[in-house]
Design a protein around this ligand. Structure first.
Ligand SMILES: Nc1ncnc2c1ncn2[C@@H]1O[C@H](COP(=O)(O)OP(=O)(O)O)[C@@H](O)[C@H]1O
Ligand SMILES: [Mg+2]
Length: 229
């Protein structure tokens, strides 16, 4: 069933919060390794829920969701946390930067706490952080507190943090929603060049269809999803 060229494969994936109605009911959904996929849908259509399942923040039913060769639903909560830390870079919608850490320590944190991601660095962690920051044009800001940054700068810190240690899968949840059009395109170019260099798969979620043509493939979540909501 699992094919090594498949990064994500969902089959008969359903999810409900508690005893509520199904938010997701997805017969089939595949993302191939190395693909840059744009996933769109209106607010409330389940985009963040699907990302949460893929990243193991939420628990799918066993046998319904395979990510990087792992049946995510059969992992314990602790194993899902380890899996995410080792293999997935996540750019959150609100960035989720740690307010009391500076830029350098925010970028370094996921790799600092995960030996598998650290082992993929070529040089030292300090060097890798400096390089990721330079790629994203924030090398001057490494000693700044993140609370003093503009939204666009915070977004680039979140992207550098997700990319560090070359995770196989990078997930971005509406990371450009707070930016104007020029900055959106510039940010996407930076993200793409970093994703390409790391050889990562990118799953990028947005409700802004204007970005879709920059991706290998775009998918509508309402088209994939049979749940009535
Ligand atoms: N923690 C939660 N508990 C209960 N319902 C939730 C929770 N998070 C999201 N939902 C509901 O699930 C549906 C999909 O939400 P979400 O995945 O956040 O959509 P999107 O990211 O596309 O805006 C919505 O109806 C939302 O109200
Ligand atoms: Mg969302």
């Amino acid at each position: 069933m699992n094919n090594t060229s498949e990064c994500i494969h969902a089959q008969r994936l359903t999810f409900a919060y508690g005893t509520g109605p199904n938010v997701l009911d997805i017969p089939d959904f595949t993302v191939h390794a190395g693909e840059r996929v744009f996933l769109y849908g209106p607010s409330g259509s389940g985009k963040t829920t699907l990302l949460g399942l893929i990243a193991g923040v939420l628990q799918p039913e066993p046998g319904t969701l395979n990510v990087l060769g792992h049946d995510v639903g059969s992992l314990s909560s602790a194993a899902r946390d380890r899996f995410r830390a080792s293999h997935i870079g996540y750019v959150f919608q609100m960035f989720n930067l740690i307010p009391y850490l500076n830029v350098r320590d925010n970028i370094a944190l996921p790799v600092r706490i995960n030996t598998e991601r650290r082992s993929r660095l070529n040089g030292s962690l300090d060097e890798a952080v400096a390089e990721a920051a330079a790629h994203l044009g924030i090398e001057e800001l490494l000693d700044e507190k993140v609370t003093r940054l503009s939204v666009g700068q915070q977004q680039r810190v979140a992207a550098a943090r997700a990319i560090l240690g070359a995770p196989e899968l990078i997930i971005a949840d509406e990371p450009t929603s707070a930016l104007d059009a020029d900055r959106r395109h510039a940010f996407l170019e930076l993200l793409f060049s970093n994703v390409q260099e790391a050889g990562s798969t990118l799953l990028f979620v947005s409700h802004d269809l204007g970005l879709a043509d920059q991706f290998d493939r775009s998918l509508s979540l309402p088209d994939l999803n049979r749940a009535e909501g």
